[in-house]
Design a protein around this ligand. Structure first.
Ligand code: ADE
Length: 245
């Protein structure tokens, strides 16, 4: 069984529409949808925003659904100049940018785990699937919707992700993040929390993040629309290629 998590319902909507033999169960204010997606047994859930919500959802998913892999899919803000709206980040290392228990532990170090970041698995296969998705981009993504969000030629980047319980929307904050975590290319609010739980339960974890904004003054875009009409179809196209390989 493969677990697929997003933060928002809109980010998994296109996957939910394709899910066959659906069975749903409610636990801890979340709905877990099990079924078959492109001939693979999956369970889909949206966790809500933030590290606590996504960690709790991941724990439930692992304990109650016997998953042997977890994939997170959703949107992120870019903190690098050449990473644009519509580009796809396949996560490499996940940091919690708001974790700092110094002087007891090094900045960003997760107490007891002795790790400042957590690594993803299956990235090569995910990058391959994403490359194939880009080749058939126009069969998944509505051209007019892409233009609404200024997306022209999306690229794929394999890079580090910084997660924290903060929506980033200023150049000042971006500069701080660039200094503190120079390898991080985008920000979001769940990935590193999900990665930590997966690490603790020894479940392979990977993550797809679609850039929705540039984490600056213009970051407060229509997330519901972006997630629904762009990000969830990216997830559909990428995962179709990932599962059918
Ligand atoms: N997810 C999408 N955009 C984001 C931003 N600017 N900050 C944090 N999480 C995000």
């Amino acid at each position: 069984m493969i677990g697929i998590i997003s933060a928002m319902q809109e980010e998994i909507q296109a996957l939910l529409n394709e899910l066959k033999n659906v069975q749903s169960s409610e636990k801890g204010m979340r709905t877990y949808y099990s079924g078959t997606l492109f001939d693979k047994k999956v369970v889909l859930v949206f966790s809500r925003w933030g590290k606590v919500a996504s960690a709790a959802t991941t724990t439930q998913l692992i304990n109650d659904f016997n998953v042997d892999e977890i994939i997170f899919t959703g949107v992120a803000g870019s903190i690098k100049k050449d990473l644009n709206i519509g580009d796809i980040v396949i996560g490499k290392n996940l940091f919690q940018h708001d974790l700092n228990a110094s002087p007891f532990f090094k900045k960003f170090e997760i107490p007891i785990l002795k790790k400042e970041f957590l690594e993803t698995k299956n990235a090569t296969k995910l990058i391959e699937a994403t490359t194939n998705f880009i080749k058939s981009y126009s069969s998944y993504i509505d051209k007019k919707e892409a233009l609404v969000f200024d997306i022209t030629t999306p690229k794929i980047v394999f890079g580090d992700i910084a997660s924290g319980d903060k929506f980033i929307k200023s150049l000042k904050k971006i500069r701080k993040l660039n200094n503190a975590l120079p390898t991080a290319i985008c920000v979001e609010m769940e990935g590193a929390a999900v990665a930590q739980i997966c690490y603790e339960y020894n479940i392979p974890f990977s993550i797809i993040r679609i850039i929705s904004d540039k984490a600056n003054d213009n970051a407060t875009i229509d997330f519901s629309r972006f997630a629904n009409s762009i990000a969830s179809y990216y997830a559909l196209g990428i995962l179709k290629n990932y599962f059918e390989d």
